[in-house]
Design a protein around this ligand. Structure first.
Ligand code: NAP
Length: 398
């Protein structure tokens, strides 16, 4: 019988053999990729003697049609109660309603880690010569920086008031015709994100954690993020991790912690990507970095994502692309992003065997040249298949 996932006293997840997992089908191509992804996840779980107690919850257009609400309270409650859930892409309501359903879920559940693993799958068309050198896991801070930022429009009474205050009280000369943006970066927000990255690196035997920041310009937000990261290594991880400065670049069997300025990082992921492994970064940098890396491995259509709170165990696993509405219902688009998000979900549940099975089967399918239209159009010899056929080919190879 399906049962809820709970949290043990030591903070670890207690996962039954048939956990209740809420899912949001998603708008647009959600109707194509969700059933495809579900078939792969079910088959992989069954091979390892497990089941998933799926329970549908509504969000987006389907929710609005059926309940008049874009994000019904029951949906948020289900994610809160059952801790782990998965979702297809959702339409962002234009003109009114809440700004973004994805952001709302992240805020309500305080999902402070945005996790984006980026690696290349053999056979995937890529714009670079050595995509196989990219194997990174990005930890992007998910609750502050520009996500908690505040902007005042140029010419507004509020902007005028703040400009006067800045000039009079802090002696900061700001052009009167400026728009103003503010962004907070806190010790709490930074260290819990960095802690998650370090825990992950240690648990998975990864070599290094790199703090990506723009601290040369923004000293008290981005620069502080770097400083707090190094502080955390000494405070909580001295046995298992060491900063570059404290080991001269030779960490022994500990995880090496280093940092790099964001613009240099965006160059170096092209020139020497194999020097980077786990990445911890602030919100806006993380946005650029995740997409740049995904493009490098040809993976925009198959890049997975997760939003996680490592303390409560809450996690929402999601396709990173949008609803691609013009392909909706055509059984055409690539379900890879949602399938690999399911893999991240399995890893979060501790189902590492089933997760590895799916990755292996996906790899074998692409390697056999069996791909959806998005890859087929970039490959010389490929068999173009439908969404459902691609999923079936993966299941065959599990
Ligand atoms: P999009 O839906 O991601 O589509 C842009 C293009 O990406 C598509 O035209 C297609 O390119 C490619 N693509 C997307 N999904 C694909 C898949 N599964 N397989 C293969 N190719 C895929 O972006 P958008 O058109 O800007 O946004 C549409 C809606 O989605 C908006 O309402 C937006 O707010 C929302 N959105 C939601 C999320 C989310 O829920 N996480 C994220 C982003 C956007 P080609 O046509 O070149 O093949």
């Amino acid at each position: 019988m399906a049962e809820p996932i709970t949290l043990a006293d030591d903070g670890s997840l207690v996962v039954p053999d048939e956990p209740i997992v809420p899912f949001i089908e998603g708008d647009g191509t959600g109707i194509d990729i969700w059933p495809a992804a579900r078939s792969v996840l079910d088959a992989a779980a069954a091979r390892r003697g497990r089941r998933i107690g799926w329970t549908e919850v509504l969000a987006g257009e389907k929710a609005y049609r059926e309940t008049g609400d874009w994000l019904p309270t029951e949906t948020v409650d289900a994610f809160r109660r059952y801790r782990v859930g998965i979702k297809g892409p959702l339409t962002t309501p234009v003109g009114g309603g809440i700004r973004s359903l994805n952001v709302a879920l992240r805020q309500v559940l305080d999902l402070y880690v945005c996790l984006r693993p980026v690696r290349w799958f053999r056979g995937v068309p890529s714009p670079v010569r050595h995509p196989e050198k990219v194997d990174m896991v990005v930890f992007r801070e998910n609750t502050e920086d520009v996500y908690a930022g505040f902007e005042l429009a140029q010419g507004s009474p509020e902007a005028k008031k703040l400009i006067e205050y800045l000039t009079d009280e802090l002696g900061w000369e700001v052009r009167p015709d400026s728009g103003i943006g503010l962004k907070p970066v806190s010790v709490t927000g930074s260290k819990r994100l960095q802690r998650a990255a370090l825990d992950y690196a240690i648990a998975r035997g990864r070599r290094s954690v790199t703090l990506v920041h723009k601290g040369n310009i923004m000293k008290f937000t981005e620069g502080a993020f770097k400083r707090w990261g190094y502080e955390l290594v000494v405070e909580e991880f001295a046995e298992r991790a060491v900063s570059w400065d404290d080991c001269g670049g030779d960490p022994g069997d500990r995880v090496l912690v280093k940092d790099v300025i964001a613009d240099a990082f965006l160059q170096q992921i092209l020139t020497r990507p194999d020097e980077y492994d786990v990445i911890a970064t602030t919100n806006l940098n993380g946005d650029y970095v995740s997409d740049a890396l995904a493009a490098q491995v040809g993976g925009i259509g198959i890049a997975p994502g997760a939003n996680v709170n490592n303390v409560t165990g809450h996690g929402v696993f999601e396709a990173t692309h949008g609803t691609a509405p013009r392909y909706a219902g055509l059984d055409k688009v690539n379900p890879g992003s949602l399938i690999l998000s399911g893999v991240l979900m399995f890893e979060h549940l501790g189902w590492h065997d089933a997760a590895a099975d799916i990755v292996g089967a996906l790899e074998a399918t692409i390697d056999a040249g069996i791909v959806t239209y998005d890859f087929a159009r970039l490959m010389d010899e490929a068999t173009e298949v439908k969404t459902s056929e691609f999923a079936a080919a993966i299941v065959d190879r599990l």
